[in-house]
Design a binder for this molecule. Structure first.
Ligand code: SF4
Length: 305
């Protein structure tokens, strides 16, 4: 897009934002232009809190469907818009509410810990939610000696290394992070000797075990800001590198694997944000009976720390 057109579109978005009394939230994996026009950039939980606290009537959530749903659950009095209705998370769709309901009958008394990357219907069937930042603390906070961890087997497997509890894994995975291999780690060690390799816990176990740090996206942002290292290899979705470079212009970042691109996170464009505000679509809402159950498992997570 030409610079003049981009500037005009950004101006239009600012006007519409005022008219609609809106706030724009963008996930760390969004394209750079979208991150630049957002009021807040962060991970899904951060942004849900921003949505709840925002002094606005309309929330434009630049991310994927389950994130907009979480915002709609935590801010039910606000209108939550997803600029691209097809932006969905394949990991979240690897478990459904009815599937979880059926499987949990096989494990009476075993609490279900559900990663925030899940649908509202699944959260409603769960005992407690977690994020990639607090999953270990959440599991260790439970009294029971066994937990069913849903839906990401890589995050659940990572947690199992830091708890004495038995973690029963669902079979889901993030199709983007699951593509990273041990060979990517070996290649990065050769190509960038001495540079720390930081990966997301959604990566497969052989990758997490051989990385220098395993962190959530928020953890990566904090680590990079604090470290004296000047070159870092980043093992999460490529969109985060835009933010890392912007906030740390003196440092160099290398993507661990070319496969670290989530197509669903790239659907949202400036045009779609403007269109969403202009036409007030697509509105994301959660039926009240599901919302009531799902917010309980979110609230339990928030009590952990
Ligand atoms: Fe889902 Fe993975 Fe894409 Fe995140 S990066 S939205 S977990 S598929």
């Amino acid at each position: 897009m030409q610079q003049g057109n981009t500037d005009a579109l950004k101006d239009r978005i600012q006007q519409l934002k005022k008219q609609r009394n809106a706030v724009i939230l963008a996930h760390n994996y969004q394209i750079g232009e979208v991150q630049d026009i957002a009021d807040f950039v962060g991970d899904s939980l951060d942004l849900s809190h921003r949505a709840a606290e925002a002094d606005a009537e309309t929330i434009v959530f630049c991310g994927v469907h389950f994130m907009a749903e979480s915002a709609a659950m935590l801010a039910p009095e606000k209108t939550v818009l997803l600029p691209e209705a097809l932006a969905d998370c394949p990991l979240a769709n690897m478990v459904t509410g009815p599937q979880l309901k059926k499987v949990r009958q096989r494990y009476p008394g075993v609490p279900v810990v559900t990663y925030i990357n899940s649908t509202a219907e699944v959260k409603a069937e769960s005992d407690i939610c977690c994020t990639s930042a607090n999953a270990i603390e959440v599991v260790n906070s439970l009294r029971e000696e066994r937990v069913l961890f849903v839906p990401d087997k890589n995050l659940g497997g990572y947690v199992s290394r830091f708890t004495s509890k038995e973690v029963i894994l669902w079979h889901g995975y993030c199709i983007t992070h699951h593509r990273v291999t041990l060979r990517d780690i070996e290649k990065a060690r050769r190509d960038h000797p001495g540079a720390p390799i930081i990966v997301h816990p959604e990566c497969p176990p052989e990758v997490s075990i051989n990385a220098d740090q395993v962190l959530s996206t928020g953890g990566m942002v904090d680590f990079v800001a604090r470290t004296g290292e000047k070159k870092l290899v980043i093992g999460t979705e490529v969109g985060l590198l835009y933010r890392l470079k912007k906030e740390n212009p003196e440092k160099e970042f290398y993507l661990l694997s070319p496969g670290l691109l989530c197509p669903n996170m790239k659907y949202t464009t400036l045009h779609k944000v403007a269109h969403a505000l202009e036409h007030m679509e697509t509105v994301i809402s959660v039926p009240e009976e599901i919302r009531k159950e799902a917010v309980v498992s979110l609230a339990r997570m928030l009590e952990v720390r």
